[in-house]
Design a binder for this molecule. Structure first.
Ligand code: DX5
Length: 216
């Protein structure tokens, strides 16, 4: 059964604290926070202050996805704000070992992200090193997009390698996932499913999350 990480990018941000408490009560496992700089991706979203606000509203793990051109420059502010997982894009990281070590130096779990068009081989060598691999199933920038089915083989490949090497690295997918198309990603090996509009655009968060967890 996958962990469900609602993305607050799709939440009613004018009532953020209430939305976080509602999804926690509805059975969310993590809170996913999409940080965008308007340069690496064509949208500008939220910073450390929002992470602090979410941190104050819940004890759930905060899963912070840095869609930034220079993510390592921002690790400390997000770590200090209360992030638990900090994910950086492989597309902008030259020295992966150093990047993961930098995130870990703040006591946080370090994750690598790949966009739909980035080969899984760019991160598979780090399955025994990173805490998590986030496989994007939409082109990053906005909630409410369609799930890109062609990423499923990337999830299957990561599962195969994890089994071969005995890796405990988590595999997360984000997303374009709704209750209607939930099964594919966990069946392909996703341990954590991000869901923005798939949760926050529905009338009953508890029913939605329960349906997502039972969909596999
Ligand atoms: C996309 C973000 C995803 C997205 C999820 O750039 O990284 O987390 O917001 O939202 P939905 O589930 O609506 O695609």
């Amino acid at each position: 059964m996958p962990l469900i990480a609602p993305s607050i990018l799709a939440a009613k941000l004018g009532r953020l604290e209430e939305e976080v408490r509602l999804v926690e009560a509805a059975g969310a496992d993590w809170i996913h926070i999409d940080v965008m700089d308007g340069h690496f991706v064509p949208n500008l979203t939220m910073g450390p202050a929002i992470v602090e606000a979410v941190r104050a509203a819940t004890t759930l793990p905060l899963d912070v996805h840095l869609m930034l051109t220079n993510p390592l420059e921002m690790v400390k502010p997000f770590a200090d704000a209360g992030a638990d997982y900090i994910s950086v894009h492989r597309e902008v990281i030259e020295d992966v070992e150093s990047a993961l070590g930098h995130i870990e130096s703040f006591g946080k779990k370090a994750a690598l992200v790949i966009n739909p068009g980035t080969p899984v081989e760019t991160v598979s060598p780090y399955l025994s090193r990173a805490a998590m691999i986030l496989v994007m199933s939409v082109n990053p920038g906005f909630a409410g997009q369609g799930f890109i089915e062609s990423v499923l083989p990337k999830l299957e490949r990561l599962r195969e390698l994890k089994q071969r090497y005995g890796s405990s690295c988590l595999v997360e997918v984000a997303t374009g996932i709704k209750t209607s198309n939930m099964g594919g990603a966990p069946r392909a090996g996703a341990d954590v499913v991000v869901a923005g509009s798939g949760v926050f655009a529905t009338p009953d968060y508890r029913a939605t999350i329960a349906a997502m967890k039972s969909a596999t």
